[in-house]
Design a binder for this molecule. Structure first.
Ligand SMILES: NC(=O)c1ccc[n+]([C@@H]2O[C@H](COP(=O)([O-])OP(=O)(O)OC[C@H]3O[C@@H](n4cnc5c(N)ncnc54)[C@H](O)[C@@H]3O)[C@@H](O)[C@H]2O)c1
Length: 249
């Protein structure tokens, strides 16, 4: 990926940070975007100290204007945009359907669903000029399965796959491939928060059903995203790659 430019949202921690690192290690210049300005700057500075080319961008992906600026800043700094991993996401407040609040619905959807839509829109405006590029959107196993008390999150993640495959058919013959990744259970701040919120038992129960018998490591999503962006995946279009240790089979 020497000479290429990658953009990662939600890059201050977890799956996003691991993927930003992997892009850098593969030779790409990397724009790391996150709404946590301090954390994303620290992450970009750390990678820069290791000799990689990075740019930190404060961006709330639920704000369409900020997303437009995020993509512009990336292109201004590095001259092009080859790869994007649209990863930023949040969990919903656990509640059965009758008790879910409009505020939580709007919060989760503005980030997990509308955020992906905004990111793709502005990334594609550059990629279609270049007639090249690869985008990976972050869905979840929640995007292909039911989840009691998680309907708000699962609905948004199902939507991510719809946005992905629809854009994929539009741009496949213009040199741009768009795919999604569906992580299973990964060890990140998000899973740590579940444990802190008293959901450790629920997590353990789910882990018992995972054939591989463990949480995923963030690097295992990073390597999947890099594969999907790389020329090794040149015929892979509109695919939702499930990375879950066998959980959903
Ligand atoms: N960890 C898992 O087990 C798991 C499983 C399936 C899917 N996912 C998905 O993977 C993605 C990354 O999750 P993670 O586990 O690394 O979580 P994480 O909480 O460790 O990281 C998410 C990052 O996104 C940032 N972020 C949140 N809202 C944002 C916004 N509006 N604008 C910009 N940045 C924002 C956060 O600041 C954080 O740095 C999410 O989309 C999540 O739904 C995670």
């Amino acid at each position: 990926m020497e000479g290429k430019v990658a953009l990662v949202t939600g890059a201050a921690s977890g799956l996003g940070l691991a993927t930003a690192k992997a892009f850098a290690q593969a030779g790409a210049a990397v724009a790391l975007a996150d709404w946590d300005e301090q954390a994303v700057k620290a992450a970009a500075d750390q990678l820069a100290a290791e000799g990689y080319q990075t740019l930190a961008i404060k961006c709330d992906v639920s704000d369409d204007k900020q997303v437009e600026e995020m993509v512009s800043k990336t292109v201004q700094a590095f001259g092009r945009l080859d790869y994007a991993y649209n990863n930023a996401g949040v969990q919903n407040e656990l509640a059965e359907a009758a008790d879910q609040t409009l505020a939580d619905f709007e919060h989760v959807n503005s980030i997990n669903y509308q955020g992906i839509w905004s990111c793709m829109k502005y990334e594609l405006q550059h990629m279609r000029k270049q007639e090249s590029g690869a985008i990976v959107n972050c869905s979840s196993i929640g995007g292909i399965r039911a989840g009691a008390q998680r309907g708000v999150y699962h609905g948004a993640k199902h939507g991510v796959i719809g946005l992905t495959i629809s854009a994929a058919v539009e741009y496949a013959n213009r040199g741009i491939r768009i795919n999604s990744v569906s992580p299973g259970l990964f060890q990140t701040a998000m899973s740590d928060k579940m444990i802190a919120a008293g959901q450790k038992e629920a997590l353990d129960a789910i882990l018992q059903a995972v054939p591989i018998g463990r949480l995923g490591r963030a690097e295992e999503i990073a390597s999947t995203v890099l594969f999907l962006c790389s020329d090794a995946a040149s015929m892979v279009v509109g695919h939702n790659l499930v990375v879950d240790g066998g959980l959903t089979i």
